[in-house]
Design a binder for this molecule. Structure first.
Ligand code: 13P
Length: 252
């Protein structure tokens, strides 16, 4: 039976990937066409330099493309930046905004993240908005309040389940091999779900909530089987088709 909402497994390549990496994307396409991910929606978010060539190898197939960031403005004198319309034009249909590596590394505020998500939606892209607490915040018992604050501040009120995805990524679990306990993930996702209901009413049950942070083939079944976990945002394990499909394969 197909799940509702449709699960989403997204690969975030971060600042990794040269043209040679397109071979992995080709292998992912073959695997998804061979039903290795069941009914799950699969997207890859390579660096911006690869979006056009990745779009060419994915054309007409089941995998969609995402970008990793966008500027809140549609165009203008913003040297080095890329607008949501440019990403859409290059072949993306999603964009990640508010990743903790940008919130921490570039001081991105909730308000900025929200304006990026609004720009994405305006350009016809779905926004994957990342939230998550630091280790110190979790240890201080503040994880739920921190994440709730990020959600209230970063999510566009006009977004819909079709153009909004929330990714819960505890900062301390990213790239560390550490993951929260299953009950901590379930509790956080339940609290995010409740908040989405407050913000979006009935539509809140259809907004997908992904878990991200050290997801790998060996822990995917447990993490993605939890209530209110509608898929994964995968970093390191999305760089190789075999690992990525080992995760998406839980939906096969
Ligand atoms: P890892 O899967 O490498 O921990 O990264 C998670 C992440 O930040 C995805 O956006």
């Amino acid at each position: 039976m197909s799940r509702d909402p449709r699960p989403l497994v997204a690969g975030n390549w971060k600042m990794n990937g040269l043209k040679a990496g397109l071979e992995e994307i080709v292998a992912m396409r073959r695997a998804v066409e061979g039903r290795q991910a069941g009914d799950a929606e699969i997207i890859v978010c390579p660096p911006a330099t690869l979006i056009i060539s990745a779009a060419a190898v994915l054309q007409g197939g089941p995998i969609a493309l995402g970008a990793q960031d966008c500027h809140p403005k549609a165009g203008g004198a913003y040297t080095g930046d890329i607008s949501a319309a440019m990403l859409k034009d290059a072949g993306a249909s999603y964009v990640i905004v508010g990743h903790s590596e940008r919130r921490a590394g570039y001081g991105e505020s909730d308000a900025l993240v929200r304006s990026k998500a609004e720009a994405a939606n305006e350009a016809g892209l779905a926004a994957i908005i990342c939230v998550g607490e630091t280790k110190a915040e979790r240890e201080a018992g503040e994880a739920v309040s921190v994440v709730s604050g990020q959600i209230r501040g970063s999510l566009p009120p006009a977004a819909t389940p079709a153009n909004l995805v929330v990714a819960y990524e505890p900062v301390w679990a990213i790239g560390t091999g550490l993951t929260p306990t299953a009950s901590d993930v379930a509790d956080m996702h339940a609290s995010i779900r409740a908040l989405l209901g407050e913000i979006y009413g009935e539509a809140g049950v259809r907004v997908r909530i992904l878990y991200g942070g050290s997801v790998k083939p060996s822990n995917a079944r447990e993490l993605l089987g939890l209530p209110n976990v509608d898929g994964a945002l995968v970093g390191g394990a999305s760089l190789k088709a075999n690992d990525f499909m080992g995760i998406a394969g839980i939906y096969a």
